[in-house]
Design a protein around this ligand. Structure first.
Ligand code: A3P
Length: 289
């Protein structure tokens, strides 16, 4: 129930850390040397690329379509952030089949992942929608600096002077790894075919879903269902950390919303940086549909 969940959140808040608090040097050191287990599932993303969505999808895939966990346990407890929950007790709590989330760039985890068979799912999203989503997130997340304008935020984003650094380096770092235990998927692919993507993820994680469980999972992972689920929409987080009167975490959930924010001049500025930094990158992104 919601009151219990809120209590858990507050306890976590006072004892350790919780989403919304930036990582410390200690937590970073812990993450860098993290002893991954072969049975771990790691969700790696640049912020605002569909992390919460993938946490929900993986929850359903790993639990045979059963909504119980999704309705009773917050996403940050089901799939804790490696760099924020540095207490070994928290990440060790679900020994055996842990789901771990991280926004860290690949190079920081390269050693820890080197000999591991942990399954890594890396989610990308077109960077114009990422920039806009990140901008609005800064407005409601009180632990991040309040942006003056989108124009100024865009410059910071393009220069990598935002939390978790450069989008360009993040995507290039993670996608330069050709490993059998790495699975790549984009926000746009999921958006266009949630069921098909869920089937691919269930096959990658070797957790088969029968037809009726798949149908049920797809329903629960829709934007409208997640927007109303307090275990994933971040409304359990106290207002002083995320101020829902300034915006919603589950904001729009669309492809191409950047069109409503970018000016022609900003599109040009963005494209120049993109073309110079991503010229050797084989990835293509879907910017509208
Ligand atoms: P918008 O701000 O564009 O709406 P993250 O979890 O990595 O922080 O990403 C948050 C973004 O994913 C937000 O984008 C949010 O609305 C979107 N999102 C979360 N769940 C979604 C879903 N089920 N369908 C579509 N978009 C979703």
């Amino acid at each position: 129930n919601t009151d219990m969940a809120r209590l858990d959140v507050m306890e976590t808040f006072h004892n350790i850390s919780f989403p919304g608090h930036l990582h410390t040097q200690d937590s970073l050191n812990y993450a860098i040397h993290f002893p991954f287990q072969d049975t771990d599932t790691v969700i790696a993303t640049y912020p605002k690329s569909g992390t919460t969505w993938m946490q929900e999808i993986v929850t359903f895939v790993k639990n045979g379509g059963d909504p119980h966990l999704s309705k009773t346990v917050p996403n940050w407890t089901r799939a804790p952030w490696l760099e924020q929950y540095y207490s070994p007790e928290v990440l060790g709590a679900s020994q055996g089949h842990r789901v771990i989330t991280t926004h860290l760039p690949y190079h920081l985890l390269a050693n820890a992942l080197q000999d591991s068979k942990a399954k890594v799912i890396y989610v990308t999203r077109n960077p114009k929608d990422v920039a806009v989503s990140y901008y609005y997130f800064h407005k409601m997340a009180n632990f991040l600096p309040e942006p003056n304008s989108f124009d100024e935020f865009l410059d910071q984003f393009l220069e990598g002077k935002v939390n978790y650094g450069s989008w360009f380096d993040h995507v290039k770092g993670w996608t330069s790894q050709a490993r059998v235990n790495f699975f790549y998927i984009s926000y746009e692919e999921i958006w266009l075919d949630l069921q098909g993507c869920m089937e691919r993820i269930s096959s990658f994680l070797e957790c088969p879903l029968v037809e009726k469980d798949l149908t049920r999972s797809v329903r629960h992972c829709s934007f409208s269902s997640m927007r109303d689920n307090t275990m994933v929409n971040y409304t359990l987080i106290p207002n002083e950390i995320m101020d829902h009167s300034k915006g919603h975490f589950m904001r729009k959930g669309k492809i191409g919303d950047w069109r409503n924010t970018f000016t022609e001049e900003q599109i040009g500025r963005f494209d120049n940086v993109y073309n110079s930094l991503m010229q050797n990158c084989p990835l293509t992104f879907l910017y509208e549909c």
